[in-house]
Design a protein around this ligand. Structure first.
Ligand code: HCA
Ligand code: CU
Length: 395
């Protein structure tokens, strides 16, 4: 499929609630939901109303906020949960059910056909109770389930016509891109149009796996801000946006309000009580810092030489570091020009060498670089003055 038709299902307010440090208050959830919607994620997934009385009222409140994002909730495949979910007023329900042998307890002793019948009963019941609601069904831990079981269940559910979307889930972060491609292809062969991928990040593969899902034909990708979730979380929103921007920058700029990106991340980090990791895509402190002379010299002339993301698109600033031993003379020259201090190239090269030598001995700062530049400029002016005032030689 074309990579252009995809939607983000942000689950910071569901999967992200399962992050060990998270304890969202109702106010926190409202603030995050508003900022996700301002940024433009197409869906916001909320914790099941069954989880706690507060979770239930939060679902009701957020469903009523009139946000641009569609509000959905994530529930077990039971009538009890479905009734509660419908009553909250959400526009969609993400059902999930256990699949692999590792999740056998719930289904212990049951035949696949019995499990399937129970699932279909709940989906039919939900459809009858709320004909307009969007229904997604996912098997948890899809990639450790036997393929014949997957095909049987997904085929029957797809054929039932009761769901709008099927989901696949890399619950433990074990899948490789080609595993995902296989399962997405299987679902597509069943005639399924909307396919959602939810991938955990235990092997740092969540972003590339999400891309593989899209490339194979998936349409919906689950993310969370900063990737927060169970264990070390899922596809991070920033990782996924960076991945997609590198391929389709204009599309990403048109689809989302990128100027809201940093604010959203800062808010979630503050509320959860963590720092944004320094190396997080786009919003991490080091994302747009250039250091080595070869890099800085090139970036000054053409930022694209070492950047695939334009920081300005995200209201971020590029930083060129010059106070260190790897500094480059062009970057030093650029700094001097900021203060209108003009030097010949050979002079700047000498100054750059001085800075490198100093940095070999001690930690230097931008202030010390500026001092060196100013001192050298003054010396140069002195020399020029003296040269002008000295009596001309007689011949
Ligand atoms: C879990 C469930 C889930 C469900 C994902 C989904 C997973 O917390 O164990 O329904 O899309 O990773 O399997 O988050
Ligand atoms: Cu999950």
């Amino acid at each position: 499929m074309s990579l252009k038709e995809f939607a983000i299902v942000d689950t910071t307010l569901r999967e992200g609630e399962q992050f060990y440090k998270t304890n969202f208050s109702s106010q926190d959830k409202i603030e995050i939901a508003r900022q996700l919607s301002d940024f433009g994620t197409e869906y916001i997934e909320l914790t099941s109303p069954f989880a706690s009385p507060g979770s239930r009222t939060d679902c009701e409140t957020i469903a009523k906020m009139g946000l641009k994002s569609k509000i959905i909730t994530h529930i077990r495949c039971t009538k009890e949960d479905a009734i509660l979910a419908i009553d909250t007023g959400v526009s969609g329900i993400n059902f999930f059910a256990p699949s692999s042998k590792h999740h056998g307890k719930t289904n212990a002793g049951k035949q696949d056909s019995q499990i399937l019948e129970e699932i279909i009963n709940v989906l039919r019941f939900t459809r009858e109770q709320a004909p307009g609601i969007k229904i997604r069904f996912s098997l948890e831990d899809t990639f450790r389930a036997p393929v014949d079981k997957l095909s049987k269940i997904y085929m029957a559910i797809g054929k039932s016509g009761l769901v709008d979307r099927l989901g696949i889930t890399d619950t433990v972060g074990i899948a490789l891109p080609h595993d995902i491609e296989k399962v997405v292809t299987l679902l597509k062969s069943l005639g399924q149009k909307e396919i959602e991928f939810h991938g955990h990040n235990d092997t740092q593969s969540a972003v590339i796996n999400s891309y593989a899902a899209l490339k194979a034909g998936a349409t919906h990708i689950d993310t969370s801000v900063l990737g927060i979730g169970e264990r070390n979380g899922i596809t991070s929103l920033a990782g996924f946006i960076a991945r997609m921007y590198s391929l389709e920058a204009d599309l990403i700029k048109a689809k989302y309000n990128l100027d809201q990106f940093k604010k959203l991340h800062t808010t979630v980090a503050r509320i959860v009580g963590i720092d944004i990791p320094f190396n997080h895509p786009i919003v991490g402190e080091s994302a747009f810092i250039h250091k080595a002379g070869i890099h800085t010299n090139a970036v000054i002339l053409n930022p694209k030489s070492y950047e695939i993301i334009d920081p300005a698109d995200f209201d971020e600033l590029r930083t060129i570091l010059i106070a260190h031993k790897l500094t480059g003379w062009n970057a030093i020259k650029n700094r001097a020009e900021k203060f209108k201090l003009t030097f010949e190239d050979n002079e700047i090269k000498e100054i750059a060498l001085k800075i490198k030598k100093m940095a070999d001995e001690e930690n230097i700062t931008l202030k010390s670089v500026d001092k060196i530049l100013i001192a050298n400029y003054e010396k140069k002016q002195d020399r020029q003055m003296k040269a002008q005032n000295s009596p001309k030689k007689k011949y």
